[in-house]
Design a protein around this ligand. Structure first.
Ligand code: AP5
Length: 231
């Protein structure tokens, strides 16, 4: 492994990315997880995998996700609880797209306490809705490795092909213009209250998500490295 690819140290907790669809949670969560050598847990990716495999959970959630609505808490919580009990999560993990409701956040708080983790570190991606439509309709994702591109701002070297592994780049069905509106609405109504919830607990750290991918990455890495020594 090259020196710059080696994990920099323990995370010892959950880092949570909180922000509207298209704000860059997945792009940045992957980078942070790689830096600390911990799992990147995207509930959206997990659910899409269930859909691709045609599992009973996948069959249940497919129409819900296609409408741009949130999947019921009970289904998501069971899936997450199973995942974070695995041994690869013992040094911490990075959540992307979870929790998304106050019920999920409370349940997560209990789970983390039970498993002896420190308080979570929440990164709040701040961005206006004006930019989000372009980010989502322009997004393309590698079918094999999940690398995230954007046809406007972050294009692959060859159109439709992943730079990493030659995989096919796909356009997510919920990135169609008519589904973006309901997704933003679900965020405002069900997820945005978590900003107040986590701010009151003192866990929230604001990041300006309008900046370039590299600038946002620097800001996040600075914030996270400053959390050492926190309880
Ligand atoms: P999920 O997959 O979590 O989607 P999301 O939260 O809607 O977020 P996105 O993946 O759309 O965006 P992102 O913020 O990760 O942005 P990205 O980095 O890709 O959820 C999908 C669905 O699953 C939900 O609607 C729901 O139905 C269900 N679900 C999932 N979790 C759930 C839960 N906990 N409870 C209930 N239901 C749940 O970036 C977007 C684009 O912008 C990319 O093209 C990227 O290249 C580009 N970009 C990123 N950063 C920048 C930058 N700084 N400058 C310019 N371009 C950038």
């Amino acid at each position: 492994m090259a020196l710059e690819e080696r994990p920099v140290g323990k995370l010892d907790r959950a880092v949570i990315f909180l922000g509207p669809p298209g704000s860059g949670k997945g792009t940045q969560a992957k980078e942070l997880a790689k830096k600390y050598g911990v799992p990147h847990l995207s509930t959206g990716d997990m659910l899409r995998e269930h859909i691709a495999l045609g599992t009973p959970l996948g069959l249940k959630v497919k129409p819900i996700m296609e409408r741009g609505e949130l999947v019921p808490d009970s289904l998501v919580l069971r899936m997450v609880a199973e995942r974070i009990e695995r041994p690869d999560c013992s040094n911490g993990f990075v959540f992307d797209g979870f929790p998304r409701t106050v019920t999920q956040a409370k349940y997560l708080g209990e789970m983390l306490k039970r498993q002896g983790f420190k308080q979570p570190f929440v990164i709040h991606m701040i961005i206006g809705t004006d930019v989000l439509m372009k980010r989502m309709t322009g997004r393309r994702v590698c079918k094999l490795c999940g690398e995230i591109y954007n046809i406007y701002d972050r294009p692959p070297k060859v159109e439709g092909i992943c730079d990493n592994d030659g995989g096919e780049l796909i356009h997510r069905p919920d990135d169609r213009e008519e589904v973006v509106g309901p997704r933003l609405h679900a965020y405002e109504k069900q997820t945005a209250p978590l900003v107040t919830y986590y701010r009151r607990l003192g866990y929230l750290h604001d990041v300006d998500a309008r900046k370039s991918v590299e600038e946002v990455k620097q800001d996040i890495q600075q914030l996270v490295s400053s959390m050492r020594g926190m309880r």
